[in-house]
Design a protein around this ligand. Sequence first.
Ligand code: C2E
Ligand code: MG
Ligand code: MG
Ligand code: MG
Length: 271
Amino acid sequence: KAKRTPGKSFEFFSKNIYSEITRILNLKEKIRKVIEENNILIYYQPIINLKTGEIDSLEALFRLNDGNETVILPKDIIPVAEETGLIVELGERILNSVLKFSKKVPQNIKLSVNISSIQLNKPMFDRDFLLSLENSDIPPDRIVIELTETAIMDSVSENITKLRNLKEKGIKIAIDDFGTGYSSLNYLKILPVDFLKIDRSFVKGIGRDRNDEMIVKTIISMAKSMNLKTIAEGVETEEQLRFLIENGCDYGQGYYFGKPVPEDKIMEVID
Ligand code: C2E
Ligand code: MG
Ligand code: MG
Ligand code: MG
């Protein structure tokens, strides 16, 4: 017979909440600190042109150093950064670091930056982004912005205007994690988009799941008919790569080609 220990479960529960609150407060402090010190770690992961095998672009993926060798990943940071609004300043710092870094990278390689819905939905996001770009002297067509469907759909007519303003200057636009968010094909038709990034969850199913394979093929052929390029996320195996090439996918990204690595490491790869 199970014995109940009164108070025990409550103690367990409140301890968890306490440590969760502590974790969030610590993270907030850490985010503030790296913004203040301009000390954000940015890793870069190559995106490969599947026709030529060459690096087309580098995606910037931020991390935080927690002071003892371990690196904190975006999935732990972004919710806190978004809730506190710190994501806006963090995003500006990241963009400026990426722009600075792009001067060291061969001109034919593009730089891809992720933008959160909070950033996109901020009034004047487009103007602020263009200002940073103008100050950097980087040609706008070397920069790709990655946005999720859901971020764009948040306030779709305002966002279409913003994206048009960016695209008019030459900035390229990718829909990240395509196929997992909330969107409508009707909007896809009018969105000023250049790339669809096929979500990793579908690529993972290649060779294992008929439905995933069908989804990947369908996204590629739909993209072709709309004059968009496709980028497969999370390519890890040769089998996946072969399937993607056979089905006309334009670009690939994933551990098969290379994991995200710090600036100095990526310079060794591209030199
Ligand atoms: P994402 O933009 O879809 O980035 C791809 C994520 O998949 C990255 O995780 C990358 O490390 C991981 N990945 C790449 N190839 C493979 C693979 O072959 N296998 C597996 N299992 N994973 C792979 P990461 O760096 O942890 O970033 C997670 C998400 O955080 C990103 O998803 C993006 O939405 C967000 N994020 C990252 N950097 C930034 C940033 O600077 N600003 C904003 N707003 N969001 C960011
Ligand atoms: Mg991305
Ligand atoms: Mg993605
Ligand atoms: Mg993803």
